[in-house]
Write a protein that binds this ligand. Sequence first.
Ligand SMILES: [Zn+2]
Length: 398
Amino acid sequence: MYETVTVAELRRRTPARQEITSSMQSEPQDSAAPGPRLQHPFFGRRRTRRPRPVAVEHGAGQLLRRGLAIGVDIGGTKVAAGVVDLHGNIIAEARESTPGHDPREVENVIVRLVRELAPRHRIRSIGIGAAGWMDLANGTVLFSPHLAWRNEPLRDNLEILLRRRVSVVNDADAAAWAEWRFGTGRGEPRLVCITLGTGIGGAMIMDGRVERGRHGVAGEFGHQIIVPGGHRCECGNRGCWEQYASGNALGREARELATSNSPVAQALLREVDGDPSRITGAVVTRLALQGDPACRELVDDVGQWLGVGLANLAAALDPGTFVIGGGLGAAGNLLIDPARRAFERNLTGRGFRPTAVVTAAALGPEAGLIGAADLSRITLRPGHRRGRAVPRAYRGVG
Ligand SMILES: [Zn+2]
């Protein structure tokens, strides 16, 4: 099967060394196109030290050293505002219930709260956290799921009313930022924060920056389809994660249990004077913490769904830490333990890969306003030119 050739023949068939090297070099030259200089795809710009907040790296100086900031968190039921110091402590707080869906009324509430807090403190910046997709360069809320905001110029309206500069960020980003700066995710280079409330809020802090994707709409983890054909979701699909692992999901399951007349739901029904329609996720969480077995089971079920979704996220994002916060996070280990078990049980390549830490948030429901305040210090730092550059902390956004 072998062909016998002479050395002379072999030399004749083999291209000269010069030809080989020149053909190797010609390929990149041909494909070289004008554009930014490429870096090493895996190791370029990698940080060897712990990521630090960009504002600190760039020395926002006086503002950071002395400044107090007001953070405002616009929730579905209440608007909470607080004066926040450099260490994430809330020095003063004020709140009002959310006045319906009208953007003007919500703006008026924000203005009232800021005017209540600002005169008593030396305020350097104001940050607003709101649910929805933001156009950060223009300070508009493109879409808010629970408020009637469509292309709402929230920042400009508030700046006119308050006569101060204001920054507007997504509320889940604000909460994640607070946990990364001051909470359990402190210093984690790859942090994913899950906020469990009415739905599921998601945010990523990567190398000290809020990651929002190419169009600013990343982090909608709650709408990954986890049960094909499952419960209908407000987003229009069926079987979204937030239909199984949110405060709303917990309330729905508990109402179903209560209306089944099961004897295990007696404590639950007593708590709401026999009216199952008054059962919410918060009621179930409270009873579970008091030791009611049925409510503990319900929280456990939600925790398991939470873990399944986290395993999906780990397959896609490979974070070092998942921080679980929001109202449902108050259930603590009743929720986190089953979530951790389901996460480890469903993790791709389990046993052969490093496993992310799953941990409860440290800052509680105030994380949103703390993060909004802290981000405002950075996005409104001296020298940042409005409307041109997206703050570096928000690189990757629109
Ligand atoms: Zn959905």
